[in-house]
Design a protein around this ligand. Structure first.
Ligand code: AMP
Length: 277
């Protein structure tokens, strides 16, 4: 079986965990590196997105990757912009889809191209981008693509900040402030563990905790249904706490999956983070 790990490069431990999962389960592992212009808005960071092909090739070699596919824009888009795009209804309306209009159409269009090139495979995506994972799963199902979409745990820095290529943009003050994003989410989880079932109260608490930090500005905070990503009136079942926060000019995202089964609350903080105490 072929395992494929689509990325935009500047690879870190989060990407490498996807490669390791693919290596573990597949005979041939392909990593794609492509900074996809179609998924960036007009005022976003396409031109300055971090790139380090030599470092990326070393990371891929260290994870035993067989093929690194680094197409040019012209190879993936012989005519730009493409006349044919892929749009997933519903799941793309909220969260990052609301904040970044057209972003997910860019993602689903390029991932469809990569799946068309690579063919039958298992494709590994991180839960760091939980909405992206839900959108791509739905797309693969709707289009009968011969691809099994595999979700992998979110990997964090030791202080809790979600690993991201965009963390490279942060200056020292912003980097010190950024772990508060995850801290605020954890406080929201603690409220749910403590019995809060009103999603608005949890959202308000997380937003207020983030707003206290001068370097941070909330883009969105949501507690939504994990499957539909729709809003909830009462917390129950499988949910996602998802946030997007500007840290200086850099937009960072994070999420924690939470499920309520009877009176039990189970949360998935991801891996890599070392809880204090
Ligand atoms: P990107 O290069 O940011 O487009 O990400 C490529 C893939 O790596 C996507 O499936 C992401 O969800 C995944 N990824 C990025 N950061 C992390 C992380 N911290 N933990 C797990 N997966 C990640």
């Amino acid at each position: 079986m072929v395992g494929v790990v689509p990325t935009m490069g500047f690879l870190h431990v989060g990407h490498r965990s996807l490669m390791a999962a693919a290596r573990n389960e597949c005979g041939l592992v392909v990593v794609t590196i492509f900074v996809n212009p179609l998924q960036f808005g007009p005022n976003e960071d396409l031109d300055r997105y971090p790139r380090d092909l030599d470092g990326d090739l070393s990371a891929c070699a260290a994870e035993g990757v067989d093929i690194v596919f680094t197409p040019s824009v012209h190879e993936l888009y012989p005519m730009y912009p493409p006349a044919t795009t892929v749009h997933v209804e519903g799941l793309t309306d909220s969260l990052c889809g609301f904040s970044r209009p057209g972003h997910f159409d860019g993602v689903t269009t390029v991932v469809t191209k990569l799946f068309a090139i690579i063919g039958e495979s298992r494709a590994y995506f991180g839960r760091k981008d939980a909405q992206q994972l839900a959108v791509i799963r739905r797309m693969a199902t709707d289009l009968c693509l011969p691809v099994t979409v595999v979700g992998c745990p979110l990997v964090r820095e030791a202080d809790g900040l979600a690993k991201s290529s965009r963390n490279a943009y942060l200056d020292a003050d912003q980097r010190s402030a950024a772990p508060r994003i995850f801290g605020a989410i954890r406080e929201g989880v603690a409220m749910i563990v403590g019995g809060t079932r009103d999603p608005h109260a949890v959202v308000a608490s997380i937003a207020a905790a983030i707003a206290e930090i001068p370097e941070l500005r909330v883009d969105y905070v949501a507690v939504c249904d994990a499957a539909s990503l729709g809003s909830l009136e009462r917390l129950d079942g499988e949910m996602l706490i998802a946030v997007a926060v500007f840290c200086g000019p850099t937009r960072l995202i994070d999420n924690v999956a939470v499920s309520i089964v009877g009176s039990e609350v189970i949360s998935d903080f991801g891996s890599g983070w070392v809880p204090e105490g």
